[in-house]
Design a protein around this ligand. Structure first.
Ligand code: GRF
Length: 220
């Protein structure tokens, strides 16, 4: 793979994970660069962040297409014009069901704000509180066409402790997301992490479970 690897980020919202990746790629030794940001929401603040970093942006709105399949074709066309090695979903609030997860198998990442397989889908922080979880966190995983179910790469964990409201918990988790997402992208772009058939390999060894890192380790 050519260096630096070409990365497209897809988002629907604030884009703080995009920012974390932009900050990481600004370092001279990062093996990837963001070549474009695609959003389904014209008002997404993440587009503003991309423009500030002079990254090309594209908006592909669901309402411009008459069916989900055509919308996904529109997304695919936007991605293809950027010719990426990897696609990174960073708060992209659409489920991709068509060709994209297949075409980018082993080359498309997502970050989810829970310790998968717990709390797939939305409202993960409130659900962790409601269920009295002792640990909570986030997971970077490969994307498949099944929601939040692709092979896990890294999980960051924290102790819920005294945190009793979902917004505070979300902020604590987001801080971890900003560390592990660039880390996973680095592993992928360096070729340390790759998928071989059904298996995920990290440094040549099968990765049957995600690498788990605690908040203490990650934030020091
Ligand atoms: C994050 O919580 C991420 O885990 C989830 O969507 C949110 C995106 O946040 N997939 P941001 O737009 O990166 O700030």
């Amino acid at each position: 793979m050519s260096m630096p690897a070409r990365v497209v980020v897809m988002l629907s919202g604030s884009g703080s994970n995009l920012q974390a990746i932009l900050d990481a790629t600004a370092s001279r030794h990062f093996p990837a660069e963001i070549v474009g940001v695609i959003s389904d929401k014209p008002e997404a603040y993440g587009l503003e962040r991309a423009r500030s970093a002079t990254i090309p942006t594209h908006c592909v709105e669901r309402s411009a297409y008459s069916s989900r399949a055509e919308f996904e074709n529109g997304l695919e066309a936007a991605i293809d014009t950027l010719d990426p090695d990897y696609v990174v979903l960073a708060g992209f609030m659409r489920i991709l069901r068509g060709d994209l997860p297949r075409r980018f198998a082993g080359r498309m990442l997502n970050i989810h704000p829970s310790l998968l397989p717990k709390h797939k889908g939305l409202d993960t922080h409130q659900r962790a509180l409601d269920e009295g979880d002792i640990e909570h966190g986030c997971t970077v995983h490969f994307v498949t066409s099944e929601l939040d179910a692709g092979p896990g790469i890294i999980q960051a964990t924290l102790l819920v402790g005294d945190t009793s409201d979902a917004d505070t918990l979300a902020r604590r988790v987001l801080q971890l997301e900003h560390v592990i997402y660039p880390m996973a992208l680095r592993w992928l772009a360096e070729g340390r992490l790759r998928s071989s058939g059904e298996r995920i390999l990290l440094d040549g060894l099968p990765l049957d479970e995600p690498v788990v890192m605690s908040a203490d380790t990650l934030l020091g």
